[in-house]
Design a protein around this ligand. Structure first.
Ligand code: SAH
Length: 303
């Protein structure tokens, strides 16, 4: 596999995956604060006995526990994605989960768990947006599992989008469109606003922030599908208030059935019931710094 090791802050070549309209204020900044130190981490990992790839047969059983329809070919593609992610992550900071079992369970299995909720709410050919996809989660896993749907995988960090593009090409996925930019800016683009039947986001931000960033992309009658931890009380209240402002209704927040995963997940589903006013999302940074539905505080330091 070709290795991509971009120096920090290096400009990526301008390609069609870059969002062209508006100022790209943060193209090379890593929003989640994870900076690549530029040092290979192979030594630390390769000695670790627990960091062994799981056998193909065990993976097939594990992953089919979450999504029984997976074909042998799709299992192979998921393994190819696992390997590509682990390999690139040795050189470029794509995710804090670096070991095989972590990638297989925390990332891939967790993403597969979303498929039943997607299935209920989507029709063949529909477009799905993954906001803050990072190294392609859950978007790449969903795209491998549902070749009949079109996926746009968006992230503000160029090196992550570059990986998504390379991995999709390497695996021959023609239903993945990588998109580099900030949700706040891309949501103003008529090619994206109101164009998606479902938008998903994993480990990106709080519910009210995700509602403001995500619902503008969703068409009327479509859904925002957000996996979260199980203790959510305050966040859910804020989510309901935020939803009223941007045209969303929280319709579900059930705990997902256990599929042998290490984490408990509550799946929050917000239906788009009214058009989002033009004022949302607010300008870059505000949805995260001052989430809707949460009383204003004088400090900007809250997150
Ligand atoms: N969904 C992935 C990545 C989570 S890290 C996973 O589950 O592993 C959060 C990602 O969201 C980062 O890659 C960051 O660049 C991206 N992000 C945060 N705010 C964003 C915004 N406003 N627009 C686009 N991407 C954003």
């Amino acid at each position: 596999m070709r290795r991509l090791s971009l120096p920090e802050n290096s400009a990526l070549p301008q390609r069609d995956l870059h969002h062209q309209s508006g100022d790209d204020l943060t193209a090379s900044r890593d929003i989640d604060g994870a900076y690549d130190l530029g040092q290979p981490r192979e030594d630390a990992l390769d000695d670790d006995a627990a960091n062994e790839p799981t056998s193909r047969d065990e993976l097939a059983t594990l992953w089919r526990g979450a999504w029984p329809a997976l074909t042998d070919e799709q299992i192979g593609l998921l393994i190819g994605y696992r390997d590509a992610l682990r390999e690139r992550n040795l050189h470029v900071n794509l995710t804090a989960v670096r070991d095989y079992p972590g990638i297989e369970r925390r990332l891939i299995l967790e993403s597969l768990r979303l498929l039943p909720a997607l299935e209920e709410r989507i029709r063949q050919g529909n477009r799905v947006l993954d906001i803050g996809t990072g190294g392609g989660l859950p978007g790449m896993v969903l795209a491998i599992s549902r070749p009949d749907l079109q996926f746009t995988l968006m992230d503000a960090t160029g090196k992550k989008v570059q990986f998504v593009q390379d991995a999709a090409q390497q695996l021959g996925l023609d239903n993945v469109r990588p998109l580099h930019g900030r949700a706040e800016e891309i949501a103003r683009d008529t090619g994206h606003r109101g164009q998606y039947r479902v938008a998903v986001a994993r480990a990106v931000s709080s519910l009210p922030t995700l509602i403001e960033l995500g619902l503008p992309f969703v068409m009327l009658g479509g859904y925002l599908v957000l996996p979260k931890g199980i203790d959510l009380n305050d966040e859910l209240l804020a989510a309901e208030k935020a939803g009223k402002l941007v045209g969303g209704n929280v319709v579900d927040a059930s705990i997902l059935p256990d599929v042998g995963s290490s984490v408990e997940t509550r799946l929050v589903v917000i239906e788009k019931v009214a058009p989002t006013p033009k004022t949302y999302p607010r300008r870059t940074g505000l949805p995260a710094h001052s989430p809707l539905g949460i009383a204003e505080k004088p400090e900007r330091s809250k997150r």
